[in-house]
Design a protein around this ligand. Structure first.
Ligand code: HEC
Ligand code: HEC
Length: 267
């Protein structure tokens, strides 16, 4: 493994030296046709290492970060204001492909965010999910919890090149001319979702609440139609997504119209 990495790094260096020596190659590099491109493409492989395999000096932090994402109610309860855990939306603490994956986030930030009209780092991004998705409070940035979450993101992003195109990150939004229908959405909720999420959407032993006091607030990403519908179409019912695009839009407009906590930016 190590020798492969060295050979690859060596090839990159050789290409760079070659470039410096030859003007045509330099022009190709400036035009974007650099030999580095194929190197980047081949390096984007989905293979997050296990948290328990982190090097000894950071393992405790990586494990705490993993535990916070899996069981936020226990490991960061003082910062949470609802009944959710991060892994309810970022399945298996974001270590999967078919979810709101977090594998590679450490290679993607700082990133421009429309919400702030500025670049945002992972600490700020994570505070947003605590305040909105978890209807809770910000964490001290230099405290153990936030530092552990950062260590965890970095570990599961191991090997992914900085600012590579990582195809499994972000939600693939739905494209459709369908006009969402609340009444149909309610029927779909009753027939498909309620058996896990509860007849009134307030959650059960099996699945978390979709609205009501225990759910995400109206400032959360999931409160937006485009995110709720895409998440539902791609990932719900869990392990067996079956809804058409139109059905996902219908159930999303119904669910996001139900009462939920209000986002209070003063918290
Ligand atoms: C109710 C669902 C939900 C919960 C719970 C939730 N998130 Fe998120 N999270 C989202 C959505 C939706 C996005 C944005 C997806 C998009 O814009 O494409 C997101 C984005 C993120 C991102 C940025 C990912 C990227 O690719 O840029 C991070 C990091 C993150 N969440 C961390 C957390 C952490 C840590 C927790 C727990 C403290 C948490 N989230 C809880 C729904 C949730
Ligand atoms: C087989 C049970 C099951 C069914 C049916 C199901 N879900 Fe889920 N859903 C889950 C589980 C379990 C989670 C949390 C995943 C985790 O923690 O790993 C979840 C999470 C969610 C979330 C993110 C967390 C939250 O509470 O906001 C949304 C949104 C969601 N489901 C929407 C739906 C919708 C809409 C339907 C109906 C189309 C549906 N689900 C049907 C089991 C189910």
């Amino acid at each position: 493994m190590l020798s492969v990495a060295l050979i690859v790094a060596g090839a990159g260096l050789y290409a760079m030296l070659g470039t410096m020596a030859s003007p045509p190659a330099q022009r190709a590099l400036m035009a974007g046709g650099s030999p580095g491109r194929s190197l980047t493409a081949s390096a984007v492989v989905f293979a997050p290492p296990r948290p328990q395999d982190a090097p000894e000096d950071i393992r405790e932090g990586v494990m705490l970060g993993y535990n916070i994402l899996m069981d936020t109610q226990t490991y960061a309860k003082e910062y949470v204001g609802n009944q959710l855990n991060c892994r309810n939306c970022h399945f298996n603490a974001g270590r999967e492909r078919n979810t709101l994956s977090l594998v590679g986030v450490a290679a993607k930030y700082p990133k421009y965010r429309k919400r702030r009209k500025y670049v945002t780092d992972l600490v700020t991004r994570t505070q947003g999910c605590f305040q909105r998705s978890m209807n809770g409070k910000t964490l001290p940035p230099e405290g153990r919890h936030m530092q552990a979450i950062m260590a965890y993101y970095h570990w599961i992003s191991k090997g992914l090149p900085i600012y590579a195109d990582i195809p499994w990150l972000g939600l693939k939004k739905l494209k459709s001319g369908h006009k969402p229908d609340q009444a149909k959405g309610r029927e779909i909720f009753d027939q498909v979702c309620s058996r896990c999420h509860g007849p009134d959407g307030q959650g059960t032993e099996i699945a978390p609440p979709l609205w009501g006091p225990g759910s995400f607030n109206d400032g959360a990403g999931m409160h937006k139609m485009k995110n709720f519908s895409a998440f539902t179409h791609h990932f719900m019912p869990k392990n067996n997504p079956t809804l058409s695009v139109a059905q996902a839009l219908d159930v999303a407009v119904y669910s996001t119209s139900q009462p939920r906590p209000h986002f209070d930016s003063g918290k």
